[in-house]
Design a protein around this ligand. Structure first.
Ligand code: ADP
Ligand code: MG
Length: 250
């Protein structure tokens, strides 16, 4: 559990956030806060709206009602704050999404060079440090197709960190991996949590939730059905649906 969570400074605030796709309301009024240094694990059935919430937080998919503020700045469809908020919020996807025609090093330096205008030499040096941190420095000059899934995902984490985000969103980061590669990615994420990174993690890895989360949140049909610190969450799941879900994941 991260120490900084004790400070309880809300970094992201969601107030009655809604989102519909056509007639289908996918987020039905989500209200919660994500504090600095806090690790939140989100679990819940497929289709319950977990990815949609993360995508709204990262401005990949605009919400259509309620309010989201990041560091006090409201997330709207205005371009003015888009770049800034994209820099503050890093995201890691299930499918890695590395640029296939670029080396590992270029994948990690691209955004700092393009968006932060970091000189190439500086960007390279910073990228190598990040690659060291995720155990991938020796592979800096390889292409994604030369790497295993676990290695690609570790590069994707380094790439997100290269923008020096204040919060990291992970959307099922280990779901596409062969079982033997899951732990190497979770280990990198544990390291980030220990260093005090604010993290919101959608995952089915209950062990990770128990060990690393400050708070576990259960999503059900577009709403937060239950949330609690992991010890309490797993001891008293709140209702039968949650207990059954945890049982299937264990
Ligand atoms: P989860 O991540 O919990 O599995 P999602 O947030 O991906 O759930 O999806 C919630 C619901 O929204 C699903 O029914 C899904 O089909 C629907 N949905 C998600 N994205 C879109 C989209 N771009 N267009 C239409 N429907 C979508
Ligand atoms: Mg999803």
């Amino acid at each position: 559990m991260s120490h900084a969570a004790n400070t309880r400074t809300p970094y992201i605030v969601c107030e009655r956030v809604t989102k519909s796709f056509g007639a289908h309301q996918v987020l039905k009024g989500v209200s919660t806060q994500f504090c600095q240094g806090e690790v939140t694990v989100i679990i819940g059935a497929s289709g319950s709206g977990k990815s949609t919430l993360l995508r709204a937080l990262n401005r990949l998919e605009p919400h259509d009602g309620g309010r989201i503020t990041i560091a006090g700045v409201e997330v709207t469809d205005h371009e003015a704050t888009l770049q800034q908020q994209r820099c503050e919020v890093g995201m890691v996807f299930q499918q890695f999404n590395l640029f296939g025609h670029m080396t590992v090093l270029d994948n990690v330096t691209l955004a700092p060079r393009r968006i932060r205008k970091t000189p190439r030499a500086t960007a390279n040096a910073q990228a190598l440090q990040l690659l060291e941190r995720v155990g991938m420095a020796a592979h800096a000059h390889k292409y994604p197709w030369q790497l295993s899934g676990g290695q690609q995902q570790r590069v994707a984490i380094a790439r997100a960190l290269a923008m020096q985000p204040q919060v990291m969103l992970f959307d099922e980061p280990t779901s596409a991996l062969d079982p033997e590669m899951v732990q190497e990615v979770l280990e990198v994420m544990r390291g980030l949590a220990r260093e005090g990174m604010t993290m919101i993690v959608v995952t089915h890895e209950m062990g990770f939730a128990r060990e690393v989360a400050d708070r576990v949140m259960f999503f059900d049909q577009g709403q937060i059905a239950h949330e609690a610190p992991p010890a309490e969450f797993f001891a008293r799941p709140g209702n039968e649906r949650i207990a059954a879900f945890i049982g299937r994941m264990a």
